[in-house]
Design a protein. Structure first.
Length: 682
């Protein structure tokens, strides 16, 4: 018997080359293979007669071969094999392209089961490339329910199917983790049966049951994980902060805080004097001023003689936070330092030493903060900016550097309420639903290529007025996909031919950290008129003097992403604009982009985005740092999620400490779910 953790190369027919293809699907072990679930099924169980075949609807039928197959060599690389078949209702001519298999295996006078669709544009019926099997062979491609797998170039459905079958034959499916009582109560299939039936269902009903079980299982693991996190925190105590007077902080600010900012800060103040570690999320649209809330939280910790850490997802953002917070807080006596991966080793070492000695009060950085080399003297407050980029694991790794520090996470991704409650069920939430005064809505337009001259004239006008422009392209380099703008090429074009007299800067994710920083810093300092960039600028970067955001091939971006990009302008007092260009003529796409032009409400846009792309993408692994569900679909399976949440809540006491094999397996699955594939930031 093989183990689930064995590599797929132990299977027959899976050599190094095939394994590479499977790796494209994130399949490395037998477990991965068994957990590679079909995205749908083709019901090939029903046999019809030839006269009942419908145009373009594939079906199975039994027929006799009526002549010897004839193959014509049409030209190099194209052979056509033709053969007539019939049952008692009708005749049908079949055509195979380049199929030696058909030419050699279809025998005159013999009966076969075929599966294919007739096309109706010929006189009479015609069918191309049906699959077929003899009546006495085991059903593989006909007379069964065929799973349809997600594929990758070079790997077809049959190859995946064969590998999955073998895997199921050589090892036991993943262990049961749902207690029997729960299974009985909810009519859930046992693990063994479900993992088998999802790949080899005897009926469509069984496929449905198997899927339901696996959806339940995913949610069960997820909810159980959240319950454990919550339970482990509930038992924790921390020394309550003395209630700090924030007057000095408020007076140091260059502006008055909005009501929403004050309210969020008050909520944080109330948290830190309670004697229980805070676990709060601040959710606010781009530009709502989350940084100041973070600053207040850090200030509270420092005033109570603890250290604070602010973790940003990119170097650019860390650098920017460092500059603005240093300016704000150092006059108040807070010692602020920066720690990022691209700093010189020597500088990093010095900063780390000072952190360990308690000579730094607030350290701002990227994930360099969470490496083992960083040790705090007394970390009391952990703040994660743009939290959707960090995983649960990364947050908890930073937390582990203090003794149950307070945790504050900031998110600019408005998450539809129904989902937020579920996904962040373990967090308290403050919402910044008010923009700083003087902000005007960013006027947004959707235009086609015919507007190019006008766009250029508009860019020139903004620059002439002393402002700066962003131009965002979907790709870094020239793409094979025709006509998609690349940042490199477009920056070059703009500089060489369109605006030779203006200063065009280029910024993209493939540049080195220090180089990116330099470009961003010089743009922020007004040393460039136009910044051509990829989505690296999406997160948080602040250049109040920028008034125009041009997004090329806007249909390539998700709506939430467009919203983030648009949020890069309109941060100063001057009127700002966002121009979306597209070549796309798809009616739905255009409607979606037009709707985007008319709304500025991030929550509405998020709802729309969720509908269009589904939570799989919305909460995509890389985007959210949240576990990606394999089978479950949050927009359809909410009831199952509620059931699983209730069930897992009732079992928390049991599986938290139980040494039953089910409980151990569940704990293992939880850590896998929360910790898998994290560390893929940037
Ligand atoms: P985000 O919520 O997107 O992180 P920031 O914290 O970057 O927003 O703030 C956006 C801009 O608004 C910054 O330039 C910041 O200095 C400014 N800002 C924040 N709060 C206020 C306020 N209450 N009044 C005026 N400007 C503010
Ligand atoms: Mg921000």
């Amino acid at each position: 018997m093989a183990k689930l953790s064995d590599p797929i190369t132990i299977l027959k027919g899976v050599g190094p080359a095939k394994a590479k293809l499977f790796a494209n699907l994130d399949i490395f072990t037998l477990r991965d293979l068994i957990c590679h679930f079909p995205r749908g099924y083709e019901d090939r169980t029903q046999l019809v007669t030839i006269d009942k075949l419908e145009v373009d609807k594939p079906a199975c039928f039994k027929a006799v071969v009526m002549n010897h197959p004839r193959t014509n060599h049409i030209r190099k690389g194209l052979d056509l094999t033709k053969v007539q078949v019939a049952d008692h209702t009708a005749r049908l001519s079949l055509t195979f392209f380049n199929s030696r298999f058909a030419a050699e295996n279809l025998e005159y006078g013999r009966e076969y089961i075929f599966y294919g669709a007739v096309s109706g544009d010929f006189i009479g019926y015609d069918m191309t490339n049906p699959v077929f099997e003899t009546l006495d062979s085991a059903p593989v491609t006909t007379r069964r329910i065929l799973p349809v797998y997600p594929l990758t170039a070079g790997l077809n459905n049959a190859a995946v199917l064969r590998a999955v079958r073998q895997a199921l034959a050589v090892c036991d499916p993943p262990q049961e983790i749902i207690p029997e009582a729960v299974r009985r109560e909810h009519g859930i299939l046992p693990a063994e049966r479900a993992y088998y039936a999802i790949h080899e269902p005897a009926s469509m009903e069984e496929a449905e049951l198997a899927k339901r079980r696996l959806v339940f299982e995913e949610f069960f693991v997820f909810s159980a994980g959240l319950s454990l996190l919550r339970a482990s925190r509930a038992g924790k105590a921390t020394a309550p902060y003395a209630d700090t007077d924030l007057t000095a902080f408020y007076e140091a600010l260059p502006f008055r805080l909005t009501g929403a900012q004050r309210k969020a800060i008050d909520e944080i103040r109330a948290d830190v004097v309670r004697g229980v570690p805070m676990n709060r999320m601040v959710q606010g649209d781009v530009g709502s001023g989350k940084t100041m809330v973070a600053a207040a939280a850090a200030y509270l910790a420092v005033e109570d003689h603890h250290q604070a850490a602010l973790m940003a997802p990119t170097e650019i953002l860390a650098e920017q936070h460092f500059q603005s917070l240093q300016r704000l807080l150092e006059p108040l006596g807070v010692r602020v330092e920066l720690l990022t991966g691209s700093m010189k080793d020597k500088d990093k070492r010095i900063v780390r030493e000072r952190i360990a000695l308690g000579e730094v009060d607030l350290v701002i950085g990227t994930h360099a903060l969470i490496t083992d080399a960083t040790v705090f003297q007394d970390l009391g407050m952990v703040i994660a900016d743009e939290q959707h980029r960090f995983g649960v694991a990364q947050r908890s790794k930073l937390s582990a550097k203090g003794r149950d520090p307070h945790v504050l996470v900031m998110s600019a991704t408005p998450i539809p309420r129904s989902l937020a409650l579920i996904m962040y069920g373990d967090l308290d939430v403050s919402i910044l639903d008010e923009l700083p005064p003087g902000r005007q809505a960013v006027d947004t337009f959707l235009v086609g290529e015919s507007y190019r001259a006008r766009i250029n004239a508009f860019i020139r006008k903004q620059v002439a007025e002393g402002h700066q422009c962003f131009v965002v392209c979907p790709a870094v380099e020239e793409n094979e996909e025709l006509g998609i703008k690349s940042a490199e090429v477009w920056a070059d074009t703009l500089q060489q031919t369109v605006f030779p007299d203006l200063r065009v800067l280029l910024l993209h994710g493939q540049m080195k950290g220090a180089q990116k920083e330099e470009v961003m810093a010089s743009f922020a300092a007004g040393e460039g008129d136009i910044l051509v960039a990829t989505t690296v600028i999406e997160v948080g970067v602040d250049v109040p003097n920028a008034t125009l955001m041009v997004i090329e091939d806007a249909d390539r971006f998700g709506l939430s992403q467009l919203h983030q990009l648009r949020g890069r302008v309109g941060r100063g007092s001057a009127k700002s604009y966002c121009i979306l260009t597209t070549h796309n003529r798809n009616g739905e796409t255009i409607a979606r982009l037009k709707a985007f032009c008319k709304t500025t409400d991030g929550f509405k846009i998020a709802e729309e985005d969720l509908k269009m792309r589904g939570p799989g993408d919305f909460f995509g692994r890389r985007q959210s740092g949240l576990p990606a569900f394999r089978v479950a679909d949050l927009s359809f399976d909410l009831q199952t999620l509620k059931d699983a949440q209730e069930a897992s809540a009732r079992w928390i006491d049991t599986f938290g400490t139980s040494d039953a094999p089910e409980a151990a397996a569940l704990r293992e699955r939880i850590s896998e779910l929360f910790y898998r594939a994290e560390g893929t930031m940037n």
